[in-house]
Write a protein that binds this ligand. Structure first.
Ligand code: F6R
Length: 609
């Protein structure tokens, strides 16, 4: 939540600051601000609203200079207001700070600072940084920041500039992500890669406790005690185009359409063509290690949790291993019973979700092996886990997760099949069939996407609904949950996902002619039972929108609308079935005029508990 950027180099800072903030807007978008230094003077511009509002303000109040920092906010302490917008200043307006994270002891620090005469202007936790640095500033900004950081408890990625030392930016990280981008003769800082991708692919990932000093001569990194820290420069393989909309009206739509190729990239290099053997060399799991695992626990939040729920079903089915999925926030505080024979699999697009990170720490503390399925290379969870499998989906900018989900699922399938194979549960023939069917999924997804106009027509019919129900059985149930979550997030229509059989135990009371009921009715062993649930909804006047397998004529006689997906193995159907539900949520949101890529109150990385 919140995004920060910084620039130091020969050019004007403002164009990068604004462009970088736009790329980070998915992290928060209730207010924004920038500050620059020129000729020893600080220039600050900030306002409530999105980066577009800040741009309008900057037309009348530009900020000059070739050193600057910026911030886009997702409010935690203090409502979105001009005063609470970053950057925050010290009493004398000699330095400014932007911050992503939460200072847990800010009330105590604020009181102490006020008692010592500091005057606060905002209700934010961040402002304590400005005053703490001010107090410690005796001719060395780097040292003052290091001293100030020793007093705070909590998480931060921050950047500071001061007119007392106009040739530098000090940046620091603990718990919230921060990278340095190395350009030709310029340096960038940002909370995430898309902000700098257009300018450089050479980055340094800051670690917890790192404090960096950026000057026109280069960057140096120290720890809080002031000792130098040697950092590597990594090369980012993402292509700059991947962080642009590429002709689509929204990132969400672009990312939905990217799924066939994203899944191809996820599978690529992980399956040996002849033997169908699956390998994840990056996990360093020997065959003996795999056979020694007696339980698998998936842990995640939101959409990633839905991928974990399918993981639970798949590991039970293919690998015959006890498996479960846990909400990360519950797992981490619940005294989970795990040991060195437990494999904990954290699933996370961003790799920065605070609760999922906490769950990884808890798993490791209990002696379990914690691996991550993650999209963002070099992210905190990727580095804290005992091993990481990257989903290779490319940057996901739309706040509602789409391609991250299907690529997470792809990894979960591959892992479950690999475990089934190594534990001698799946025969060679079964493995080969599953792997071949998985390899065919991208092409079947392309076919699924051809049904987009039908989905758009359905959206036209139901976009005025205020409530909706999503039902599924077996692996259709997690997809019902995911379809409902997508609709809630982007269209603000209340939606519930339910195991179809549970409908009779309560939700059926809600059904009337105004209630669209989306039913996952793809072919498989539960098909007849799902048809029974469709009849129950129809008998109560509900409108049924079914997602069914091609060639199913029976469903067309019962449901009001049918969206067909290509036939595949039952257990792989979720990968196809979720896509029309993503499109349905998207088109309903378009028709309701919603802010699709940046839904209200949401942020892409939830770095607070
Ligand atoms: C929903 C969505 C969220 C995330 C959740 C976890 O569309 O994006 O529910 O799935 O916040 O985020 P990650 O996967 O980054 O840990």
């Amino acid at each position: 939540m919140c995004g920060i950027v910084g620039y130091i180099g020969p050019k004007a800072a403002l164009p990068f600051l604004v462009e970088g903030l736009k790329k980070l807007e998915y992290r928060g978008y209730d207010s924004a601000g920038v500050a620059t230094l020129e000729a020893g003077e600080l220039h600050v511009s900030k306002c409530v609203g999105k980066i577009a509002d800040l741009e309008t303000l900057l037309l009348t109040k530009p900020v000059p200079g070739s050193i600057g920092i910026g911030h886009t906010r997702w409010a935690t302490h203090g409502q979105p207001s001009h005063l609470n917008s970053h950057p925050h200043e010290d009493c004398k307006s000699e330095l400014v700070v932007v911050h992503n994270g939460i200072i847990e002891n800010f009330l105590e620090l604020r009181q102490e600072l006020q008692e010592r005469g500091h005057v606060f202007r905002s209700a934010t936790d961040t402002e304590v940084f400005a005053h703490l640095i001010e107090e410690n500033l005796q001719g060395d900004l780097l040292k003052a920041v290091q001293q100030a950081l020793k007093a705070v408890k909590g998480t931060y990625a921050l950047a500071v500039i001061s007119k007392k030392e106009p040739g530098k930016i000090i940046a620091a990280r603990s718990g919230s992500p921060l990278i340095i981008g190395h350009g030709e003769d310029e340096l960038f800082i940002a909370s995430d890669i898309p902000a700098i991708l257009k300018y450089t692919s050479r980055v340094t990932y800051l670690d917890n406790g790192d404090v960096a000093e950026l000057t026109p001569e280069g960057s140096r990194v120290f720890n809080l005690a002031g000792d130098p820290v040697i950092k590597e420069i990594s090369l980012i393989s993402w292509d700059p185009e991947s962080a642009e909309k590429g002709g689509y009206s929204h990132f969400m739509l672009k990312e939905i359409h990217e799924q066939p190729n994203a899944i191809r990239k996820t599978i690529e290099g992980r399956v040996r063509a002849e033997s169908h053997e699956i390998h994840f060399d990056e996990l360093n799991l020997s065959d003996a290690d795999i056979r020694g695992i007696n339980r698998v626990v998936f842990t995640a939040c939101g959409t990633s949790w839905h991928a974990g729920l399918i993981g639970e079903y798949l590991f039970e089915q293919y690998a015959r291993l006890p498996a479960e999925v846990e909400y990360a926030a519950e797992f981490r505080y619940r005294h989970p019973i795990i040991d060195d024979k437990t494999l904990v699999v954290a699933i996370t697009q961003s790799g920065e979700t605070a609760d999922t990170l906490g769950a990884v720490w808890e798993a490791k503390a209990q002696g379990a092996r914690a691996i991550a399925i993650c999209n963002v290379v070099g992210s905190t969870i990727a580095r804290e886990a005992d091993g990481v499998v990257y989903t290779n989906a490319g940057p996901e900018i739309g706040v509602a997760s789409t391609k991250a989900f299907t690529t997470q699922l792809t990894i979960v399938y591959l892992l479950a099949i690999m475990f089934g194979q190594k534990r001698a549960i799946l025969t060679e023939l079964e493995t080969a069939k599953l792997v071949n069917d998985l390899i065919e999924i991208p092409q079947k997804l392309e076919e699924t996407l051809l049904g987009e106009p039908i989905v758009e027509e359905i959206a036209e019919k139901i976009y005025g609904a205020t409530n909706s129900l999503y039902l599924g059985r077996g692996k259709g149930f997690p997809i019902a949950l995911e379809g409902a979550l997508k609709l809630k997030e982007v269209s603000y229509i209340h939606a519930e996902g339910y195991p179809a059989a549970e409908m009779k135990h309560g939700p059926i009371a809600l059904i009337d002619k105004n209630m669209p009921v989306v039913v996952l009715a793809f072919a498989g062993r539960r098909y007849d039972k799902i048809i029974g649930n469709v009849e129950e909804v129809k008998a109560r006047g509900g409108q049924v929108i079914a997602v069914a397998s091609k060639g199913d004529n029976l469903i067309a006689e019962r449901a009001d609308e049918v969206i067909y997906i290509p036939q595949t193995t039952e257990s792989l159907s979720p990968l196809l079935a979720v896509v029309p539900l993503q499109l349905l949520a998207y088109y309903i949101a378009v028709k309701r005029g919603c802010h699709i890529d940046q839904p209200r109150n949401l942020a892409k990385s939830v770095t607070v508990e």
